[in-house]
Design a protein around this ligand. Structure first.
Ligand SMILES: [Zn+2]
Length: 227
């Protein structure tokens, strides 16, 4: 059965934690090379992919084949995190090539992609301007400018916000209320904070009730994940 959030669940779009609190629906991320047995222990939703940081540590072809077969499992609801990162010393061409290979596998499987994007928003935008990608793309941990948020949303992307939204000086907090809510997700990623803190912060920034965000993010999940 395909894991799907209950209407009242808080959705944590991207986390590395294996335990999911009651009332939360989370997509737990596993790096392909870390998966030694399947299923990995509990009946939840997972994303899996080859992270740009690991490209030189893994046998890329065998990991791509492993990813392709994992995507047959309904528990794997998305490819990711995969993407582009100019903060690491990994050849950018190699990053782009592995990213596009994973886009291709996601398209074949008809599953969305959770994207790691560090100092590469304009690179991603170039890719989106050059080719049309037939699956929903969710940029996780979005920290870009308001202008970049607008451009990526215009190209069809969803933006997932994490702990940086809580920071009083966060630039995302300044423009957050003006983003189209139907393109927004929240995530805890590596942070110890709870997903409820993000929903509360979003409610305060937008002047919405928690329930309005719960309903909106649920709808966003439905549009993204029920193809
Ligand atoms: Zn992550």
């Amino acid at each position: 059965m395909i894991p799907f959030p209950h209407r009242n669940d808080l959705i944590d779009l991207h986390t590395h934690k294996m335990t999911v609190p009651a009332g939360v629906f989370a997509i737990t991320n596993l790096f392909v090379q870390d998966i030694h047995q399947w299923p990995p222990g509990h009946g939840a939703a997972f994303s899996t992919g080859i992270h740009p940081w690991h490209l030189e540590q893994v046998d890329r072809n065998s990991q791509l084949r492993k990813l392709e077969s994992l995507l047959n499992d309904p528990m794997v609801v998305a490819v990711g995190e995969a993407g582009l990162d100019r903060g690491v010393d990994i050849p950018f061409e190699l990053q782009t090539s592995l990213f596009l290979e994973q886009v291709h596998l996601a398209e074949k499987a008809g599953k969305p992609m959770i994207i790691h994007c560090v100092r590469t928003y304009s690179d991603l935008l170039d890719i989106l301007n050059q080719q049309s990608i037939g699956i929903p793309l969710i940029i996780h941990g979005f920290r870009g400018t308001r202008e970049m948020a607008g451009k990526l949303i215009e190209k069809g992307a969803y933006l997932s916000f994490g702990h940086s939204l809580l920071h009083p000086a966060s630039r995302q907090a300044v423009y957050f209320a003006n983003l189209p809510a139907e393109r927004v997700f929240f995530e805890t990623d590596m942070s110890p904070l709870g997903i409820r803190d993000l929903y509360k912060r979003a409610s305060a920034l937008k002047g919405w009730s928690l329930d309005e965000w719960v309903a909106t993010v649920h709808n966003n999940y439905s549009s993204c994940f029920s193809s």
